[in-house]
Design a binder for this molecule. Structure first.
Ligand SMILES: [Zn+2]
Length: 127
């Protein structure tokens, strides 16, 4: 995969990933895509089985939660994994004037500096 994060996206993901995968999947998968999907499915269901669905609110609610968890969980998890794999490649470094980030400890490097002041890691491989 050649797609790289910009420095801004990389810094933003550094913040997002701190809360962990489970939080991300819940917040950005289940509570967004999952709920939307469950609402759509429920609407379809109410049109199809109007009588029986109205008579079984508990079953409808349970199905709603199950759909949101399943659909949102899968989508959120896939999104988390793709963001994480892009994150591990580091930000794109095609702009020499932009702030760069240490690929070892993710500290921000001063402009024009190729050696990390906090861990000593260097973009140049010589010691
Ligand atoms: Zn470093």
């Amino acid at each position: 995969m050649e797609e790289r994060m910009s420095n801004t996206e990389h810094a933003a993901w550094t913040q997002s990933r701190k809360r962990g995968g489970a939080y991300y999947v819940l917040r950005h998968g289940v509570l967004t895509k999952g709920v939307v999907f469950a609402i759509l499915m429920s609407v379809v269901q109410w049109f199809g089985l109007l009588g029986s669905a109205v008579n079984k609110p508990a079953e409808v609610a349970l199905r709603f939660v199950a759909l949101a968890l399943l659909y949102g969980g899968i989508n959120g998890w896939l999104e988390w994994r793709s963001e994480e794999s892009m994150y591990r490649q580091g930000p794109e470094s095609d702009d020499p004037d932009a702030e760069s980030v240490c690929l070892a400890c993710h500290a921000v490097l001063p402009q024009g500096q190729s050696r990390c002041p906090s861990c000593g890691w260097s973009y140049e491989n010589d010691p």
